[in-house]
Design a protein around this ligand. Structure first.
Ligand SMILES: [Fe+2]
Length: 384
């Protein structure tokens, strides 16, 4: 389906959703949403299923979502708002700025450093950003269509923007300038004997990055040199992209296990795999990050194909999940997303993002709001 040429309805420039009244004032309504590309696409280009989809497209489920299902979708909407906020910052400096993903004017040196990982990085950053916009916009519109409250974090967008040329000067929800990036997904998805759901732990691909704190975007134009410094910032971004998206890849199947309503489950099951598509792409690109030491702070990106790295858990040619143990070690190994344990997943994600430094400088009110959304999602009862 063709991507819409219009900015995403209901969202503002800093990746937060408009309050319901404000959105209505700007003409954003369920009807407007159904007329937009996202809903039109339901009935388009589906071949033999087209007629069925046409008949269903304008017939929303009439029942109100249960408390548990609404809480799960609300937590997902919050997670998507946060993803949108951080991806928007990446896109302003290193992506393609256009009418689909407006804002910012790009940083030439940062973009060139990202292109060392893959010449298509600006396009991929753009498309990932647009996807996150649509995820939270759809989830909020869907919540409203089923009688539940949408999520609005706009009041907490007070963190400073990068001062580098190319970034918009607006309030942000997330901080990309003091990160501690957990790169254990690198070895987790290459292991054939371990699974985090069975209590296993995993080595870091870039041990220094996990210790923090490092910028993933230039903080100002002083960060654009020397060359190895801006490349280290781009490398940090390259690993951070995958760290974020592997989180989404686990979050959706983990929460899906407690969704009761069939249509709400369809929403969760249809968005979740797109996070895996993002993760797969970024996992491949991170392997192209050039080995180097940042002369300004000593941050080392090791050669993952050489000792003490190297071997099956590190080699960069492996980009698909290695089959591993699942549920019980008595069962045969299988290629799966990991982890997918449902208990406590929402709070686990909040803790994961907090430990990453993504909320450094954020207010207590923001953290309390996020924890409340997580607590409510985690309270949704598991299926029988
Ligand atoms: Fe997403």
């Amino acid at each position: 389906m063709a991507r819409s040429k219009e900015p995403v309805a209901g969202s503002n420039s800093n990746g937060t959703v408009a309050a319901p009244g404000e959105a209505a004032a700007r003409g954003f309504s369920r009807r407007a949403f159904l007329a937009s590309g996202a809903a039109v696409g339901v009935g388009a280009g589906l071949g033999p299923f087209g007629h069925v989809a046409d008949a269903l497209a304008d017939k929303p489920a009439s029942t109100k979502l249960s408390k548990g299902d609404a809480a799960i979708l609300r937590f997902l909407a919050a997670a998507e708002i946060l993803e949108t906020d951080l991806w928007q910052q990446y896109n302003e400096l290193g992506g393609v700025q256009d009418s689909e993903v407006p804002g910012g004017s790009g940083s030439k040196r940062y973009t060139e450093a990202l292109e060392v990982l893959d010449e298509d990085m600006p396009q991929y950053i753009h498309d990932n950003t647009e996807d996150e916009f649509t995820h939270f916009t759809f989830l909020n519109a869907y919540l409203e269509s089923r009688g539940a409250e949408p999520v609005d974090l706009k009041q907490f967008a007070e963190l400073p923007s990068s001062k580098a040329t190319g970034a918009q000067q607006i309030g942000r929800l997330t901080n990309l300038m003091e990160l501690a990036v957990d790169t254990s997904w690198w070895t987790r998805y290459r292991s054939s004997t371990k699974n985090p759901d069975l209590g296993d732990s995993f080595r870091q691909a870039v041990p220094d990055l996990a210790k923090g704190s490092f910028p993933a975007i230039p903080r100002n134009d002083g960060d654009l040199e020397p060359e190895k410094h801006i490349q280290a910032i781009a490398n940090t971004a390259g690993f951070h992209f995958a760290t974020i998206e592997q989180g989404g890849t686990s979050l959706y199947p983990a929460l899906a296990q407690r969704v009761r309503d069939a249509e709400a489950l369809r929403v969760v099951l249809s968005i979740g795999p797109t996070e895996a598509m993002h993760f797969q792409t970024w996992s491949d690109k991170a392997g192209n990050a050039p080995p180097l030491v940042d002369p300004t702070n000593g941050l080392e990106f090791p050669d993952l194909n050489k000792a003490p790295f190297g071997g099956e858990e590190f080699k960069t040619t492996l980009i698909m999940p290695e089959p591993t143990v699942f549920l019980r070690k008595s069962l045969p190994i299988v290629s799966i997303v990991r982890p997918t344990e449902t208990r406590g997943i929402a709070m686990g994600v909040v803790e994961f993002l907090t430990a990453m430094g993504l909320f450094k400088g954020q207010s207590n009110g923001f953290l309390q709001t996020l924890k409340q959304l997580a607590t409510e999602a985690d309270a949704a009862k598991p299926r029988g």
